[in-house]
Design a protein around this ligand. Structure first.
Ligand code: MOS
Length: 766
């Protein structure tokens, strides 16, 4: 997709902060979340979870539950009509446990009953006889000789490698080296809406499921397999969704709803409560990263190596790709000629690790940005200058040996931070105002993020545009807007291309019966990949319209703008878009166009990890200012300055919203959020114990948008959803180090941990 540079300054809708298509429905309470949907004769579903981390199932006794008044059905693995195996990439999961449970959240039985209370009681009454097995609590234990096998094929799910140059000769040139082990912790997406859905059988006998999901098509495939029916007999629709952040990318409630609807023939609603969501649904992986970096005394990185151990928990989900992506990104947005990284995705009996905003790169950035600051300190170079000296650029190779000749925005984001730092004297003044027990500090965090799936995973976007007889437009795409704003972006693209009003477009998304499969909402791919499909479909219809208008107006130099088509040379030669639509319809022309956009890349080499892994990267840098209380270990984030390379901000206020939300999420990740697991058991059971930032914890956030376009993106756009979060956590950690001289390598930097580190250092204030 080529960027029309000449037009860049003349957009009518692109680059404008139009209000979101879903804004009114949401503020007026009209939007329907799964829990708002109900049907007559509806049943309530509940799931029995294992509650113990690793055991053989000897017996399941459901007789008491089945005998209970008001219980419509009780299902166990033996009631499953199709294949009781699923999973997006590795089919290692069971819809209901067969003879073994591998983590505390494992589903064992399903109940549907007339009320939710009865369903809960019925679940309680099911008796399961377990024979407990040893619990594997970390990847090293899982990989040790003779460790019990969690899956027959072994505990190592995937080993991936990056081999670039020669690290030994690289290190032999190093004047300074920094070596550390970082341990990131398990966190939850903590979306306001837990996993939820409702299903029923329609008048044609099809199973229809409305749920909070990230890809109805992927869910459909997995539901079909377990239910043993064809995909075209299942309709999955995204209900309005209260956040997903990767946690609704794997199946959540859909298979269970499908099974209960199929068994009872009645509508069934299934909503997880918070504790069940914490217990059973996917988490951000705890990852242990050992890494060593070397630089020469003139400030150039010369070598790095690393070992990444990802705690998968019991099943693959998307986790093997998360850990692989972590390894590929471990050297950060810097040019390093010699790199050696090994990444291991390892099964354990902890909670289930899979996708979460940042997808392994959030963890990698904690390591690479800490390493950068430590090296800068050893070399006595300003940390921001040190990053600029080593930043990737056009013509410099990535860790997988890929070279880009455009769109490399990391330097631009760093320059923006530098400019803000220079201009804003309060940033420096504040630092000097610190007291003995309240120390202020600033820190930088940078990142690059491979857009889309990369390394040969299928990455296709799709959209269908239909022009009504009166010139109004219906846009259909299977893509999910779970709150990030993509429905709005798509409408802006159509409005821009056809020169019509944004309000003239009706958008229908994420329904397997009415919209084309656009792949999942993940990997910051939606604007970048499916945005291109919307653009192509719009341009295809525009060509049909153009040829008719050329004929009617007798001019060739036509432009589509302000709901009109006119000649540039003779502006009085014109007609309305509405009239043109009617003319095209009258001629029997094709008023519908579908476009498919394929962003699938090649795979990297298995042994060396070398290859063109991604079609483009996104870039971002942030500065955090913090105040640390040296007596309590409390950290207040005072300010985040963010510079995000959006390529082209199609809707600037939407980009700012992503930056603000991402920064808040990154602060929670770094400082307070933690899902505690002991011996495979969940110790954090409610949002009362799981400390997400509240409005009182949110600092001033300055969201600067930098635009370094990439020609493949629509109008040059890149994804921003994950890049918004990734730099925040390391920027905060580096600011803490600046304030009190202690480096947190084991997250989170909460009161206990920071208080202990400050005490151990024995000096407190610097
Ligand atoms: Mo997103 S974490 O790639 O579902």
């Amino acid at each position: 997709m080529s960027t029309d540079r000449e037009n860049l300054e003349h957009f009518s809708c692109i680059g404008h902060s139009v209000s979101r298509v879903d804004a009114l429905d949401k503020v007026l309470g009209r939007a329907l979340y799964s829990e708002d949907i109900s049907f007559p004769n509806m049943l309530y579903g509940r799931v029995l979870r294992a509650g113990i981390p690793h055991a053989i199932i000897e017996e399941i006794d459901t007789s008491a539950a089945k005998a209970m008044k008001g219980v419509a059905c009780v299902l166990t693995a033996k009631d499953i009509p199709g294949i009781n195996r699923y999973g997006i990439a590795f089919q290692d999961q069971y819809a209901l446990a067969v003879d073994r449970v591998r983590y505390v959240g494992e589903p064992v039985a399903l109940v549907a009953s007339e009320t939710d209370e009865i369903a809960m009681e019925a679940v309680e009454s099911i008796r399961v006889k377990y024979q407990e097995l040893p619990v594997i609590t970390n990847p090293h234990q899982a990989l040790a000789e003779g460790a019990p096998l969690i899956h027959e094929k072994g505990n190592l799910l995937l080993h991936s490698k990056v081999r670039k140059g020669d690290v030994d000769s690289g290190f032999s040139r190093a004047d300074v080296t920094v070596e550390n082990t970082y341990r990131t912790h398990t966190v939850d997406h903590a979306y306001m809406e837990t996993e939820s859905g409702i299903g029923r059988i329609d008048e044609h006998g099809n199973i229809v499921i409305w749920s909070a999901n990230q890809c109805p098509f992927r869910d459909r495939r997995q539901v079909a397999g377990v239910l043993g029916i064809r995909e075209n007999k299942i309709r999955v629709i995204r209900a309005t969704t209260g956040g997903a952040f990767g946690g609704k990318d794997d199946i959540t409630v859909e298979i269970h709803i499908g099974l209960l609807v199929q068994a009872t023939g009645r509508p069934v609603r299934l909503v997880l409560d918070r504790q069940e969501s914490f217990l059973s649904q996917t988490k951000r992986h705890a990852i242990e990263i050992w890494t060593r970096w070397g630089a020469t005394k003139d400030g150039k990185l010369c070598s790095m190596e690393g070992k990444v151990y990802g705690d998968k928990g019991p099943y693959a989900g998307l986790g093997a790709f998360v850990i692989k992506k972590c390894g590929i990104h471990l050297s950060g947005p810097y040019y390093i000629p010699n790199i050696k990284v090994d990444s291991y995705s390892v099964y354990t009996n902890n909670l289930f690790g899979s996708a979460m905003r940042g997808f392994g790169v959030a963890q990698a950035a904690i390591a690479h940005e800490s390493q950068m600051d430590e090296l800068a300190e050893r070399l006595a170079i300003d940390p921001l200058e040190f990053r600029l000296m080593n930043a990737l650029d056009q013509g410099l190779s990535t860790p997988t040996g890929q070279v880009f000749y455009e769109g490399v925005g990391i330097k631009a984001t760093l320059e923006k931070i530098k400019e803000v730092r220079l201009k804003d004297s309060s940033l420096r003044d504040n630092l000097e105002k610190g007291t003995k027990t309240k120390r202020k500090g600033i820190g930088i965090g940078s990142m690059f993020y491979g857009l889309g799936y990369g390394f040969s995973r299928q990455d296709i976007g799709a959209a269908t545009i239909e022009i009504c007889e009166d010139g109004s437009v219906i846009l259909r795409s299977g893509e999910v807007d779970y709150g990030q704003g993509s429905d709005t972006i798509f409408c802006q693209i159509v409005a821009e291309e056809l020169g019509i009003r944004y309000d003239d477009i009706q958008i229908v998304t994420a329904d397997t019966f009415t919209t084309p499969n656009a792949g999942p909402t993940s990997a910051s791919r939606v604007t970048y990949v499916t945005g291109n499909a919307v653009l192509q479909a719009s341009r295809a219809i525009k060509e049909t319209f153009r040829s008719v208008a050329e004929n009617l107006l007798g001019e060739k130099d036509l432009v589509f703008v302000d709901q009109e088509i006119h000649s540039e040379l003779h502006p009085d030669k014109k007609m309305s878009f509405k009239k043109l639509a009617w003319e095209c319809h009258n001629r029997g022309l094709q008023m519908v166009q579908t476009a498919w956009y394929d962003n699938t890349t090649n795979d990297v080499d298995t042994e060396t990890g070398q290859g063109d892994a991604y079609s483009a990267f996104a870039y971002a840098s942030q500065l955090a200012e913090v105040e640390v209380d040296t007596e309590t270990g409390r950290v207040d984030v005072l300010r985040i300055v963010s510079a995000t390379d959006a390529g082209k901000a199609i809707n600037p206020s939407n980009v700012e919203g992503q930056i603000e939300g991402g920064a808040v999420m990154g602060i929670g990740y770094g400082l307070t959020e933690e899902i505690k697991v002991q011996q495979g058991s969940l110790k954090t059971r409610s949002l009362g114990e799981y400390m997400i930032p509240t409005s009182m914890d949110i600092p001033r956030i300055d969201p600067h948008i930098v635009e370094v376009p990439v020609s493949r993106g629509p109008y040059g756009a890149k994804g921003v959803g994950e890049p918004a979060l990734i730099p925040t956590t390391p920027a905060v950690l580096n600011a803490i180090a600046d304030a009190v001289g202690v480096r947190v390598t084991e997250l989170p930097a909460n009161l206990e941990n920071l208080h202990r580190l400050i005490r151990e250092k024995g000096e407190g204030p610097k």
